[in-house]
Design a protein around this ligand. Structure first.
Ligand code: ADP
Length: 494
């Protein structure tokens, strides 16, 4: 839908403001208080009035999930597969509508949002298959005569799923789908900036005939709803995606009560460009990886490490591309980059840009707030030339801001790539198979990309990193079973 037909529809504002309620124990519930989410492309538009829970309402959802756990964990794999398949089919059938809601609430462009909705649908379908395959197990001969040993996987129990705003459907999908596939019951808490997306997903799940309490949605603040999930002795595992600071808090709290925990946090991902690279491809990878989705991806390439012989040519071409990008309303046809998600994040980005200039990074392009026809949080993509010790090259900004670091040669580039507290992903653009192979082996990250943007991953293979980026088992693909199941060893005298 283009912005014109969309603008005509905004005349019916009541139709566009979603009333998002909690889903607890199979029923839709109003909150203790109400919150509003707004459209970052046009802050006059309220996207949702949503229910906010307090500690005791969150505890009701946790109790419902705990009561449902014995039932759901013993459903047949066929039943779980059917439920997940139905959810996936409905998401796919409604991808345009869900994408529109997401573009309005989060601000990513409409094509990106529709693509993400489709991905969420495919994730549910993938995990429908995983429900049938199960987490795997083995039968072995014992070390003792006449004894048989088997190793089986069981559901963890109740899982608390805490998600961020930047992928409002895909990240919840890649936590909820494996949780249910492997027989766990769920309390899902979406980020406060995107409650309507969380609600829309819950609404689809609610029609898939799950037993009451198997899946619950509770909205509200991290400090109240999130913290209640983290602290509850009834919650067996917490899967979290968000900031490093919150992740650290959750890790400490979960450790105190021996809860299983999986954390996906920040990144300061390098894209290395070697002198032998196809430079047009390298610039494409940089533009896509660093700036699309307004740079609001933990896999964004915010450090562009370029070998000296092509450094200046790369910077010239990249600046040229940045100048041609269209920044604007997420629903306007042709928009390359939508708004920043909210005014707090915009202020953070602009402060980081001012600090970069103050610390002596060379400003190449952008980084200014932009005025558009609607009142939104727009800014131009920013590019700096930096030195490795500067903060613009070290801190995650989570916005459309990247820096170029000059590397003397491949070894220097690899050292720079690894010189970060983070370790989510790393990319390299090169035509040398031996360099690419060496880089894949020696980059201290969880995911490597060769001649591809660092952002943009498949859902059927593991996602996650090392160092300050991640903690606990990987997400997605078959490996998701490692978090969502626990291993049991059985001995039988035959
Ligand atoms: P972001 O900068 O992406 O908002 P946060 O880490 O603040 O990152 O938020 C990610 C998710 O964690 C959100 O759903 C948020 O409400 C939740 N959250 C924030 N603080 C806490 C907390 N103390 N305990 C549990 N969850 C929290």
């Amino acid at each position: 839908m283009g912005v014109d037909s969309y603008t005509r529809r905004t005349l019916k504002r009541s139709e566009l403001t979603q009333n998002a309620r909690h889903y607890i124990n199979g029923r839709w519930e109003t909150g203790v208080t109400t919150g509003l989410s707004e459209n970052p492309s046009d802050t006059r538009e309220t996207v949702a009035e949503y229910a906010r829970a307090d500690r005791s309402q969150t505890e009701l959802a946790i109790r419902a999930a705990a009561d449902a756990a014995p039932h759901w964990s013993h459903t047949t794999p066929q039943r779980r597969a059917d439920v997940l398949d139905q959810i996936g089919s409905e998401i796919l059938a409604r991808r345009e509508e869900l994408g529109l809601l997401m573009a309005r609430e989060e601000g990513k462009t409409l094509p990106e949002a529709v693509g993400e909705a489709a991905r969420a649908g495919h994730i549910f379908k993938f995990f429908a298959g995983e429900a049938l395959r199960g987490g795997g197990g083995e039968t072995l001969a014992s070390l003792r005569p006449g004894v048989q040993v088997d190793v089986t996987r069981e559901p963890l129990g109740v899982v608390g799923l805490i998600t961020p705003w930047n992928f409002p459907l895909a990240i919840p999908a890649w936590k909820i789908a494996p949780a249910l596939a492997h027989g766990n019951t769920v309390v899902f808490k979406p980020a406060e900036l995107v409650p309507a997306c969380g609600w829309a997903l819950a609404e689809i799940i609610s029609r898939a005939a799950l037993p009451a309490g198997s899946f619950n949605l509770v909205m509200g603040s991290g400090r109240e709803v999130g913290q209640t999930l983290v602290d509850s002795p009834l919650v067996d595992g917490i899967s979290f995606t968000g900031s490093v600071e919150t992740g650290e808090l959750i890790l400490q709290a979960a450790a105190r009560r021996h809860a299983k925990v999986q954390l996906e946090m920040g990144g300061k991902n390098p894209l290395v460009v070697l002198a032998d690279a196809d430079l047009d491809r390298a610039v494409d990878c940089a533009v896509q990886g660093a700036y699309f989705s307004t740079g609001q991806r933990c896999t964004a390439s915010s450090r562009l490490i370029v070998e000296a012989p092509v450094h200046d040519a790369f910077v010239v071409r990249l600046r040229h591309r940045l100048a041609a990008l269209k920044i604007g309303h997420a629903l306007e046809r042709g928009t390359d980059i939508g708004p920043v998600v909210d005014r707090v994040q915009l202020a953070r980005n602009l402060a980081a840009i001012a600090a970069a200039s103050e610390e002596g990074a060379e400003h190449v392009w952008g980084g200014e707030p932009l005025q558009r026809a609607t009142q939104g949080h727009f800014m131009s993509p920013a590019l700096f030339l930096a030195r490795p010790e500067q903060r613009v090259a070290r801190d995650e900004i989570f916005g459309p801001v990247a820096c170029v670091l000059r590397a003397d040669d491949y070894e220097h580039a690899l050292d720079l790539a690894n010189d970060t507290p983070f370790g989510l992903c790393a990319g390299i653009c090169t035509t040398s198979l031996s360099r690419a192979t060496h880089f894949k082996r020696h980059a201290r990250v969880g995911m490597t990309m060769v001649n591809l943007p660092t952002a943009g991953v498949d859902y059927h293979v593991p996602f996650g990193g090392r160092k300050a980026s991640s903690y606990g088992p990987r997400e997605q693909g078959r490996h998701a079973a490692e978090f969502y199941t626990t291993v049991k060893t059985g001995y039988v005298l035959a």
